[in-house]
Design a protein around this ligand. Structure first.
Ligand code: GRF
Length: 199
């Protein structure tokens, strides 16, 4: 059976990463030729030695490579990332809360997708949830897109709007955004890989 190898990059809590492990890792899917194949998350990489997600990964027996970016120029760090990712020969690299602005050294050499907690192109950047909560629009959203040279701007793979609820707190809005992420991200990864679930 063919195995589709994925790497996941993260920086913090890793709740999306853990959800991807639960929903995709070592599970079987059907590819475009109607063949059964298996997804394997072969490695995770983290730029933040304090990230909560590192601890949470321990029960899964998936390698976690912690590569701090401290003191390194962006290009030097990205070259290091590219070298380490290539060792695992992934078909796709998944940025799952990886809070780094990536240079072309990464974006032009690694096939990657990213999740962003807004309905792009609205509210790009690191404060997307707060920015969409405070905006006059009556919706937030989640987008999954291909990684390109420009931050939060690659082609959309899947996205969904989340209607705001009158009187809702930022914390409640954020919790609903994360719930939507947990639903949309695995679906978008399957779409990016041209896979579907077994019926
Ligand atoms: C998610 O909201 C994701 O969209 C954004 O960073 C957050 C990561 O959360 N890029 P977690 O680490 O997956 O819990």
């Amino acid at each position: 059976m063919k195995t589709i190898r994925l790497c996941i990059l993260f920086s913090g809590t890793g709740s999306n990463m853990l959800n991807l492990i639960r929903t995709l890792h070592l599970r079987e899917f059907i590819d475009e030729r109607d063949c059964v194949c298996r997804i394997e998350i072969v490695a995770t990489l983290c730029n933040n030695p304090q990230a909560k997600g590192i601890q949470a990964l321990q029960e899964f027996h998936i390698p976690c490579l912690v590569l701090s970016h401290k003191g390194l120029e962006r290009e030097v760090y990205d070259a290091l990332l590219v070298r380490e990712i290539r060792r695992y020969e992934p078909a796709l690299c998944v940025l799952s809360g990886f809070m780094r602005i990536l240079t072309p050294i990464f974006t032009q050499h690694i096939r990657a997708i990213n999740i962003h907690p807004s309905f792009l192109p609205h509210h790009k950047g690191a404060h997307a949830i707060r920015d969409s909560f405070e905006s006059p629009q009556d919706f937030g959203g989640v987008s999954v897109h291909w990684v390109s040279d420009e931050l939060d701007s690659g082609a959309i793979i899947a996205q969904e709007k989340l209607p705001k609820v009158a009187g809702e707190s930022l914390e409640d809005f954020e919790a609903r955004i994360h719930e939507l992420e947990y639903k949309l991200f695995p679906q978008a990864i399957l779409r990016a890989l041209a896979l579907h679930t077994r019926s």
